[in-house]
Design a protein around this ligand. Structure first.
Ligand SMILES: [Zn+2]
Length: 220
């Protein structure tokens, strides 16, 4: 018989109970029924069960939902939104760019060279370039075409004459912070607060909360 899928709220409630049980055990809290607490594993703020209904505790997807992640724990709304806007978008962009650079076939990426927008895509025959004609810059466009034709006639590849700048917001520090965040949250989902409430992890939390701009500390 097929298992019934838990609704998102049921899943959140179940994750809350798992977290609260772990917190009770580790902190030796003797909570009365209904007074359980769940701690956001990033900011370590405490939340009660009502925080599920008022949405201050949210389902956290690892890896990010946009690349097929699963909701495996709860984090507070602030920490969750913060990651989505400041970190995960950079991890997704970095992934696209690294994949393109490795030569793997995939959807086209947009670049700019000498003021002209270019779409580049990897095929099994190599990298193909499509110049996106810019009505606003017909002169630049024409001069780039001339340059590429001259390069081809001289037996050079377009990449020898073009300096392609990706039209993607790239920030390897923020992309790394997104990966560190995921690598920190997975053991929490497995081991609960026994893992999270270690002081030695303060440096990791600082790094995550500063969005990859905080220098790594020696503590980790
Ligand atoms: Zn938080």
């Amino acid at each position: 018989m097929a298992k019934r899928r838990r609704s998102s709220n049921e899943r959140k409630r179940w994750l809350f109970e798992q977290g609260a049980a772990s917190a009770r055990q580790i902190l030796r809290i003797d909570a009365a029924p209904g007074e359980d607490l769940y701690f956001c594993s990033i900011c370590l703020e405490a939340y009660d069960a009502e925080s599920i209904d008022d949405k201050s505790l949210t389902l956290e997807y690892i890896p990010p939902e946009s690349i097929g992640g699963k909701g495996i724990l709860l984090t507070c709304q602030d920490c969750n939104n913060d990651a989505g806007t400041r970190l995960d978008a950079f991890a997704a962009n970095q992934h696209k760019f690294d994949k393109f650079r490795s030569g793997a076939p995939g959807p086209p990426l947009r670049f700019r060279a000498k003021g002209v927008a270019i779409a580049a895509t990897n095929t099994i025959h190599g990298t193909a370039l499509v110049l996106l004609e810019s009505q606003s810059n017909p002169d630049r466009y024409r001069s780039l075409v001339d340059e590429l034709e001259a390069a081809e006639a001289a037996g050079h590849s377009p990449f020898e004459v073009l300096d392609l700048a990706p039209i993607l917001r790239l920030d390897s520090g923020r992309a790394s912070a997104s990966y560190i965040r995921a690598a920190y949250l997975v053991p929490f989902a497995l081991y609960g607060y026994r893992f999270v409430f270690q002081e030695t992890l303060d440096g990791v939390r600082d790094q995550i909360r500063s969005g990859g701009t905080h220098p790594a500390t020696e503590r980790w």
